[in-house]
Design a protein around this ligand. Structure first.
Ligand code: MG
Length: 318
C-alpha cells in the first residue's frame, strides 16, 4: 500500500514544483531551464497583463521589451483611451521602448444595447459610425489591424449571415482608413447552425448537423475586407484541431493568438511545434501571446515572462 497514497503525494509535489505538466510532459519552465536568450521578436496581447500594465506604464513597457515582446496587440480601447490612458500617451510609452502597436481588439458599442447583443439590421448605421471614429483613432496609433474579438448573439444560420454583413461593413470602413479588419474567435464560433430548409438532410442522428459558425463567417465575408485571427486555445476548446484549421483556412487566417490554459506549453493540450510550423508555412507574420488570469497567485507579469522564456527557448520559434 505504499502505493497509491505515496504516489499521489509525490505526483502533487512534482506538479506543485512545475516539474511535470498535466499530461506528464516535462515543463518548459522547470527551475533547471537555461536563461532565455532575448533575440526573438514576440507579440503580446496586452489583455494578458490586466491592470498590472498600468501601475507604471513606461517601466512596464521596458520590461516587455526586455522579454522580447516588441509587437503589441491592444485591448481596452474606449473613445480615444487605452485602459484609462490617453491613447497617444500609450503610444509614446510604446515608441520610447521600440515597441510597435500592430493590432487592436475592439468590440463595437451600440448605444442602448447590451454588450452581448443580437444584431438587427437597424443597428448598421450606428455601428458604421462607431467603426469610422475607431478606425480614425487607430490610424493615429499606426496600427495595421482592427480586430473584433467577441461574437454577437447568434441563434440561427441567418443571424450568422447578418453578422457577416456587419463584418463586411466594418471591413470597408477599415480598408478606407488604411487598416485591415479581422475577427477573433472563442469556442462559441464552433457551434453548428443548420441552414434553413436543410434540417432533415443528415441521415445519421449521431453526426453533428449544420455548419460551424466560424466557417459561415469565413465563407460569407469578403476576403478583401475581412481576415481572421485564430485563437488556437479556443479552437481546441471548440472541439477543433488548430493545425487542421490552419491548413483548411490558410487563405483567410492572417493572425494567431498563441495561448494555453495558463503558461504556454505546460498543459500538454496544444502542440505548439506543429502550430508554429504551419504558421510559418502559411506565411503568417504576426502572433500574440495571450494569458488569462494566472491560476497560482503569481502575477500576470510573471506568467508572460514564463511564456516568453518558453518561446525564446523553443527551437521551432524563429
Ligand atoms: Mg484570444
Amino acid at each position: 500500500m505504499s502505493n497509491r497514497r505515496d504516489f499521489l503525494k509525490n505526483a502533487s509535489f512534482f506538479a506543485a514544483t512545475g516539474l511535470i505538466a498535466a499530461n506528464g510532459c516535462t515543463s518548459a519552465t522547470s527551475p533547471a531551464a537555461p536563461a532565455a536568450p532575448k533575440n526573438k521578436t514576440l507579440g503580446l496581447q496586452i489583455y494578458s497583463l490586466q491592470k498590472e500594465l498600468y501601475d507604471d506604464l513606461p517601466k512596464r513597457m521596458t520590461e516587455l521589451k526586455d522579454m522580447g515582446y516588441l509587437k503589441l496587440e491592444l485591448a481596452g480601447y474606449n473613445d480615444g483611451k487605452i485602459g484609462d490612458v490617453d491613447m497617444m500617451t500609450f503610444k509614446k510609452a510604446a515608441d520610447d521602448n521600440g515597441l510597435t502597436i500592430v493590432s487592436s481588439h475592439v468590440n463595437p458599442v451600440i448605444p442602448g444595447q447590451p454588450f452581448f447583443v443580437e444584431y438587427k439590421r437597424d443597428f448598421l448605421p450606428q455601428v458604421r459610425e462607431y467603426w469610422k471614429k475607431t478606425a480614425a483613432d487607430h490610424v493615429k496609433l499606426e496600427c495595421k489591424y482592427l480586430i473584433q474579438p467577441m461574437m454577437p448573439v447568434i441563434t440561427s444560420y441567418d443571424a450568422a449571415l447578418l453578422a457577416c454583413e456587419f463584418f463586411n461593413e466594418a471591413g470597408k470602413i477599415c480598408k478606407d482608413a488604411g487598416l485591415m479588419f479581422g475577427y477573433h474567435n472563442h469556442h462559441m464560433e464552433f457551434q453548428r447552425m443548420i441552414k434553413p430548409g436543410e434540417e432533415n438532410k443528415n441521415p445519421n442522428p449521431w453526426m453533428p448537423a449544420g455548419e460551424q459558425i466560424q466557417d459561415i463567417f469565413i465563407d460569407n465575408t469578403d476576403p478583401s475586407l475581412v481576415c481572421f485571427e485564430l485563437d488556437v486555445y479556443w479552437t481546441v476548446r471548440g472541439g477543433n484541431d488548430p493545425l487542421e484549421y490552419l491548413k483548411k483556412r490558410s487563405d483567410r487566417i492572417k493572425l494567431l493568438h498563441i495561448k494555453d490554459t495558463a503558461v504556454l506549453g505546460q498543459s500538454g493540450l496544444l502542440n505548439f511545434e506543429n502550430i508554429f510550423n504551419q504558421m510559418y508555412k502559411n506565411g503568417i507574420q504576426d502572433y500574440f501571446v495571450e494569458l488569462e488570469k494566472m491560476p497560482d497567485g503569481r502575477s500576470q507579469f510573471e506568467g508572460i515572462k514564463d511564456c516568453a522564456a518558453y518561446l525564446q527557448n523553443a527551437s521551432f520559434v524563429k
